[in-house]
Design a protein around this ligand. Structure first.
Ligand SMILES: NC(=[NH2+])NCCC[C@H](N)C(=O)O
Length: 291
Protein backbone atom coordinates (compact mmCIF):
# COMPACT_ATOMS: atom_id res chain seq x y z
CA UNK A 1 0.00 0.00 0.00
CA UNK A 2 2.14 2.86 -1.18
CA UNK A 3 -0.71 5.35 -1.66
CA UNK A 4 -0.92 6.47 1.96
CA UNK A 5 -4.16 4.66 2.78
CA UNK A 6 -4.38 3.09 6.21
CA UNK A 7 -5.15 -0.60 6.43
CA UNK A 8 -8.02 -1.39 8.77
CA UNK A 9 -8.08 -4.99 9.98
CA UNK A 10 -11.49 -6.47 10.73
CA UNK A 11 -11.83 -9.82 12.49
CA UNK A 12 -14.67 -12.10 11.38
CA UNK A 13 -14.82 -14.62 14.19
CA UNK A 14 -16.97 -17.49 13.01
CA UNK A 15 -16.37 -21.21 12.59
CA UNK A 16 -20.03 -22.01 12.04
CA UNK A 17 -19.41 -22.84 8.39
CA UNK A 18 -16.58 -25.30 9.10
CA UNK A 19 -16.43 -28.86 10.31
CA UNK A 20 -13.74 -27.89 12.84
CA UNK A 21 -15.28 -24.87 14.56
CA UNK A 22 -12.03 -23.71 16.23
CA UNK A 23 -11.29 -21.17 13.51
CA UNK A 24 -13.96 -19.08 15.26
CA UNK A 25 -11.14 -18.30 17.71
CA UNK A 26 -8.73 -17.31 14.92
CA UNK A 27 -9.18 -13.52 14.89
CA UNK A 28 -9.00 -13.08 18.69
CA UNK A 29 -6.06 -15.48 19.00
CA UNK A 30 -4.23 -13.64 16.24
CA UNK A 31 -5.05 -10.23 17.72
CA UNK A 32 -3.44 -11.38 21.00
CA UNK A 33 -0.47 -13.08 19.37
CA UNK A 34 3.08 -11.82 19.66
CA UNK A 35 3.22 -11.77 15.88
CA UNK A 36 0.45 -9.12 15.73
CA UNK A 37 1.75 -7.21 18.76
CA UNK A 38 5.05 -6.72 16.96
CA UNK A 39 3.22 -5.12 14.03
CA UNK A 40 0.47 -3.27 15.83
CA UNK A 41 2.31 0.03 16.17
CA UNK A 42 2.83 0.41 12.44
CA UNK A 43 1.39 3.84 11.54
CA UNK A 44 -0.48 2.53 8.50
CA UNK A 45 -2.25 -0.25 10.40
CA UNK A 46 -5.09 -0.41 12.81
CA UNK A 47 -7.29 -3.15 14.18
CA UNK A 48 -10.88 -2.00 13.79
CA UNK A 49 -13.48 -4.36 15.16
CA UNK A 50 -13.80 -8.09 15.60
CA UNK A 51 -17.26 -9.22 14.56
CA UNK A 52 -19.07 -12.27 15.92
CA UNK A 53 -22.09 -14.20 14.70
CA UNK A 54 -25.24 -13.92 16.84
CA UNK A 55 -25.58 -16.93 19.09
CA UNK A 56 -29.30 -17.62 19.27
CA UNK A 57 -30.18 -21.29 19.67
CA UNK A 58 -33.27 -20.57 17.67
CA UNK A 59 -31.29 -19.48 14.61
CA UNK A 60 -30.02 -22.00 12.07
CA UNK A 61 -26.33 -22.13 11.19
CA UNK A 62 -26.95 -20.49 7.85
CA UNK A 63 -29.03 -17.71 9.42
CA UNK A 64 -26.22 -16.96 11.87
CA UNK A 65 -23.62 -16.93 9.10
CA UNK A 66 -25.85 -14.64 7.02
CA UNK A 67 -26.24 -12.23 9.95
CA UNK A 68 -22.47 -12.03 10.41
CA UNK A 69 -21.93 -11.58 6.66
CA UNK A 70 -24.39 -8.68 6.56
CA UNK A 71 -22.61 -6.94 9.44
CA UNK A 72 -19.22 -7.64 7.86
CA UNK A 73 -20.37 -6.30 4.48
CA UNK A 74 -21.48 -3.06 6.18
CA UNK A 75 -18.16 -2.77 8.02
CA UNK A 76 -16.13 -3.32 4.84
CA UNK A 77 -18.23 -0.86 2.87
CA UNK A 78 -17.81 1.76 5.63
CA UNK A 79 -14.05 1.17 5.65
CA UNK A 80 -13.92 1.85 1.91
CA UNK A 81 -16.11 4.94 2.21
CA UNK A 82 -13.81 6.33 4.87
CA UNK A 83 -10.89 6.00 2.47
CA UNK A 84 -9.26 3.13 4.32
CA UNK A 85 -8.24 -0.25 2.99
CA UNK A 86 -10.13 -3.31 4.35
CA UNK A 87 -8.22 -6.41 5.42
CA UNK A 88 -10.42 -9.17 6.87
CA UNK A 89 -9.10 -11.96 9.10
CA UNK A 90 -11.29 -15.06 9.46
CA UNK A 91 -12.90 -17.15 10.61
CA UNK A 92 -13.93 -19.92 8.26
CA UNK A 93 -14.22 -19.14 4.57
CA UNK A 94 -17.98 -18.53 4.69
CA UNK A 95 -17.16 -15.00 5.91
CA UNK A 96 -15.97 -14.25 2.36
CA UNK A 97 -19.62 -13.75 1.45
CA UNK A 98 -19.64 -10.71 3.74
CA UNK A 99 -16.26 -9.27 2.75
CA UNK A 100 -16.81 -9.34 -0.99
CA UNK A 101 -20.48 -8.35 -0.84
CA UNK A 102 -19.34 -5.25 1.06
CA UNK A 103 -16.70 -4.44 -1.54
CA UNK A 104 -19.17 -4.99 -4.41
CA UNK A 105 -21.62 -2.58 -2.79
CA UNK A 106 -18.84 -0.09 -2.13
CA UNK A 107 -17.68 -0.03 -5.74
CA UNK A 108 -21.21 -0.36 -7.16
CA UNK A 109 -20.56 -3.35 -9.39
CA UNK A 110 -19.27 -6.94 -9.34
CA UNK A 111 -15.53 -7.13 -8.72
CA UNK A 112 -12.67 -9.30 -9.92
CA UNK A 113 -11.56 -11.90 -7.37
CA UNK A 114 -8.45 -14.02 -6.95
CA UNK A 115 -9.38 -16.98 -4.74
CA UNK A 116 -6.20 -18.68 -3.47
CA UNK A 117 -7.30 -21.94 -1.88
CA UNK A 118 -6.73 -25.71 -1.71
CA UNK A 119 -10.49 -26.08 -2.25
CA UNK A 120 -12.97 -24.66 -4.74
CA UNK A 121 -15.63 -23.72 -2.16
CA UNK A 122 -18.19 -23.75 -4.95
CA UNK A 123 -20.87 -26.10 -3.71
CA UNK A 124 -24.52 -25.24 -3.37
CA UNK A 125 -26.59 -26.76 -0.52
CA UNK A 126 -27.89 -29.27 -3.09
CA UNK A 127 -24.46 -30.43 -4.29
CA UNK A 128 -22.51 -30.35 -0.99
CA UNK A 129 -21.54 -33.72 0.51
CA UNK A 130 -20.69 -32.25 3.93
CA UNK A 131 -23.30 -29.50 4.22
CA UNK A 132 -20.51 -27.22 5.50
CA UNK A 133 -21.13 -23.63 4.41
CA UNK A 134 -17.39 -22.87 4.12
CA UNK A 135 -17.49 -25.16 1.08
CA UNK A 136 -20.00 -22.82 -0.62
CA UNK A 137 -18.97 -19.14 -0.48
CA UNK A 138 -17.57 -18.76 -3.99
CA UNK A 139 -20.79 -20.11 -5.51
CA UNK A 140 -22.74 -17.61 -3.36
CA UNK A 141 -20.58 -14.73 -4.56
CA UNK A 142 -21.26 -15.82 -8.14
CA UNK A 143 -24.98 -15.71 -7.39
CA UNK A 144 -25.84 -19.37 -6.57
CA UNK A 145 -26.74 -20.87 -3.20
CA UNK A 146 -28.87 -20.42 -0.12
CA UNK A 147 -30.85 -17.24 -0.71
CA UNK A 148 -29.98 -15.88 2.75
CA UNK A 149 -26.37 -15.60 1.55
CA UNK A 150 -27.22 -13.97 -1.77
CA UNK A 151 -27.74 -10.34 -2.69
CA UNK A 152 -26.08 -8.98 0.48
CA UNK A 153 -24.10 -6.34 -1.40
CA UNK A 154 -25.66 -5.99 -4.84
CA UNK A 155 -28.60 -7.82 -6.39
CA UNK A 156 -27.28 -10.93 -8.21
CA UNK A 157 -23.60 -11.78 -8.44
CA UNK A 158 -21.06 -9.90 -6.29
CA UNK A 159 -18.12 -11.23 -8.31
CA UNK A 160 -17.67 -11.08 -12.07
CA UNK A 161 -17.14 -14.69 -13.21
CA UNK A 162 -15.07 -13.55 -16.18
CA UNK A 163 -12.67 -11.82 -13.78
CA UNK A 164 -12.46 -14.59 -11.21
CA UNK A 165 -9.62 -17.10 -10.81
CA UNK A 166 -9.15 -19.96 -8.33
CA UNK A 167 -5.45 -20.57 -7.72
CA UNK A 168 -3.93 -23.55 -5.94
CA UNK A 169 -6.90 -25.93 -5.79
CA UNK A 170 -6.09 -29.57 -5.08
CA UNK A 171 -9.10 -31.01 -3.24
CA UNK A 172 -12.61 -30.74 -4.63
CA UNK A 173 -15.71 -32.57 -5.78
CA UNK A 174 -16.85 -32.88 -9.43
CA UNK A 175 -19.98 -30.77 -8.92
CA UNK A 176 -17.80 -27.78 -8.03
CA UNK A 177 -15.71 -28.10 -11.17
CA UNK A 178 -18.88 -28.38 -13.26
CA UNK A 179 -20.34 -25.28 -11.65
CA UNK A 180 -17.21 -23.16 -12.12
CA UNK A 181 -16.73 -24.34 -15.70
CA UNK A 182 -20.30 -23.37 -16.53
CA UNK A 183 -19.57 -19.95 -15.07
CA UNK A 184 -16.32 -19.81 -17.06
CA UNK A 185 -14.22 -19.19 -13.98
CA UNK A 186 -10.53 -19.95 -14.62
CA UNK A 187 -9.24 -22.70 -12.31
CA UNK A 188 -5.46 -23.04 -11.96
CA UNK A 189 -4.98 -26.18 -9.91
CA UNK A 190 -1.95 -27.52 -8.09
CA UNK A 191 -0.99 -29.76 -10.98
CA UNK A 192 -0.93 -26.86 -13.43
CA UNK A 193 1.15 -24.79 -10.99
CA UNK A 194 3.64 -27.68 -10.72
CA UNK A 195 3.84 -27.89 -14.50
CA UNK A 196 4.02 -24.19 -15.45
CA UNK A 197 5.56 -22.70 -12.33
CA UNK A 198 3.90 -20.43 -9.79
CA UNK A 199 5.11 -17.16 -11.31
CA UNK A 200 3.60 -17.85 -14.75
CA UNK A 201 0.31 -18.97 -13.19
CA UNK A 202 0.14 -15.90 -10.94
CA UNK A 203 0.86 -13.61 -13.91
CA UNK A 204 -2.03 -15.11 -15.82
CA UNK A 205 -4.35 -14.93 -12.80
CA UNK A 206 -3.53 -11.27 -12.14
CA UNK A 207 -4.11 -10.45 -15.82
CA UNK A 208 -7.64 -11.84 -15.51
CA UNK A 209 -8.71 -10.42 -12.15
CA UNK A 210 -7.02 -7.03 -12.44
CA UNK A 211 -8.81 -6.28 -15.72
CA UNK A 212 -12.14 -6.03 -13.86
CA UNK A 213 -13.30 -2.46 -14.52
CA UNK A 214 -13.93 -1.36 -10.91
CA UNK A 215 -11.18 -3.30 -9.19
CA UNK A 216 -10.50 -6.65 -7.62
CA UNK A 217 -9.85 -8.47 -4.36
CA UNK A 218 -7.78 -11.37 -3.07
CA UNK A 219 -9.16 -14.04 -0.76
CA UNK A 220 -6.45 -16.24 0.74
CA UNK A 221 -7.47 -19.46 2.44
CA UNK A 222 -4.39 -20.40 4.46
CA UNK A 223 -4.88 -24.05 3.45
CA UNK A 224 -3.62 -23.11 -0.03
CA UNK A 225 -0.19 -23.02 1.63
CA UNK A 226 1.55 -26.28 2.42
CA UNK A 227 0.71 -27.51 5.96
CA UNK A 228 4.46 -27.62 6.73
CA UNK A 229 4.40 -23.80 6.71
CA UNK A 230 0.77 -23.18 7.73
CA UNK A 231 -0.36 -26.01 10.01
CA UNK A 232 -2.98 -23.85 11.76
CA UNK A 233 -5.91 -24.47 9.41
CA UNK A 234 -9.11 -26.49 9.75
CA UNK A 235 -8.92 -28.50 6.51
CA UNK A 236 -5.21 -29.15 5.79
CA UNK A 237 -4.32 -30.65 2.41
CA UNK A 238 -0.86 -31.95 1.51
CA UNK A 239 1.27 -30.61 -1.37
CA UNK A 240 0.41 -26.96 -1.00
CA UNK A 241 2.17 -23.80 -2.08
CA UNK A 242 5.44 -22.73 -0.47
CA UNK A 243 4.83 -19.89 1.99
CA UNK A 244 7.54 -17.83 0.28
CA UNK A 245 5.66 -17.92 -3.05
CA UNK A 246 2.49 -16.66 -1.39
CA UNK A 247 4.41 -13.95 0.43
CA UNK A 248 6.08 -12.75 -2.76
CA UNK A 249 2.73 -12.80 -4.55
CA UNK A 250 1.12 -10.85 -1.71
CA UNK A 251 3.72 -8.09 -1.90
CA UNK A 252 3.05 -7.67 -5.61
CA UNK A 253 -0.73 -7.86 -5.27
CA UNK A 254 -0.78 -5.31 -2.43
CA UNK A 255 0.92 -2.76 -4.67
CA UNK A 256 -1.50 -3.08 -7.61
CA UNK A 257 -3.65 0.01 -8.12
CA UNK A 258 -6.93 -1.89 -8.68
CA UNK A 259 -6.76 -3.82 -5.41
CA UNK A 260 -9.80 -2.99 -3.24
CA UNK A 261 -9.46 -5.34 -0.23
CA UNK A 262 -7.70 -8.41 1.12
CA UNK A 263 -8.86 -11.37 3.16
CA UNK A 264 -7.01 -14.12 5.04
CA UNK A 265 -9.22 -16.94 6.34
CA UNK A 266 -9.37 -20.34 8.04
CA UNK A 267 -6.76 -19.60 10.73
CA UNK A 268 -7.29 -22.32 13.33
CA UNK A 269 -5.18 -21.58 16.43
CA UNK A 270 -5.83 -25.03 17.94
CA UNK A 271 -3.87 -26.62 15.13
CA UNK A 272 -1.06 -24.07 14.92
CA UNK A 273 2.47 -25.11 15.89
CA UNK A 274 4.80 -22.68 17.68
CA UNK A 275 2.76 -19.76 16.37
CA UNK A 276 3.99 -20.43 12.81
CA UNK A 277 0.69 -19.74 11.13
CA UNK A 278 0.07 -16.58 13.18
CA UNK A 279 3.56 -15.39 12.18
CA UNK A 280 2.77 -16.06 8.54
CA UNK A 281 -0.42 -13.97 8.78
CA UNK A 282 1.61 -11.18 10.38
CA UNK A 283 4.23 -11.44 7.62
CA UNK A 284 1.50 -11.08 5.00
CA UNK A 285 0.02 -8.06 6.78
CA UNK A 286 3.54 -6.64 6.97
CA UNK A 287 3.85 -7.07 3.19
CA UNK A 288 0.55 -5.25 2.75
CA UNK A 289 1.87 -2.09 4.39
CA UNK A 290 5.45 -2.41 3.15
CA UNK A 291 5.15 -0.94 -0.36
N1 LIG B 1 -13.04 -23.46 3.22
C1 LIG B 1 -12.74 -24.75 3.30
N2 LIG B 1 -11.80 -25.17 4.07
N3 LIG B 1 -13.47 -25.56 2.54
C2 LIG B 1 -13.33 -26.99 2.56
C3 LIG B 1 -14.44 -27.65 1.82
C4 LIG B 1 -14.26 -29.14 1.76
C5 LIG B 1 -15.30 -29.89 0.97
N4 LIG B 1 -15.20 -29.61 -0.44
C6 LIG B 1 -16.70 -29.55 1.47
O1 LIG B 1 -17.45 -28.93 0.79
O2 LIG B 1 -17.02 -29.93 2.58
Amino acid sequence: MSDGRRVRVTGAASGIGAQDVACADGPVAFHHSQAWQALARHPALDWGRTLFAPNGERLSRTARIAALCRTLADEVETTLRQGQFPLVIGGDHSVAVGTWSGVARGIGQPLGLLWIDAHLDSHTPESSYSGAVHGMPLACLLGQGDRRLLGIGLPGAQVSAGHCVVLGARSYEPEEIDFLRRQQVRIIDGEEIARRGFAACLDEAVGIVASAPAGFGVSLDLDAIDPRFAPGVGSPEPDGLPATDVRTAWRWLAGLPGLRALEIVEYNPDRDRHGMTAQLIADLIGETVAG
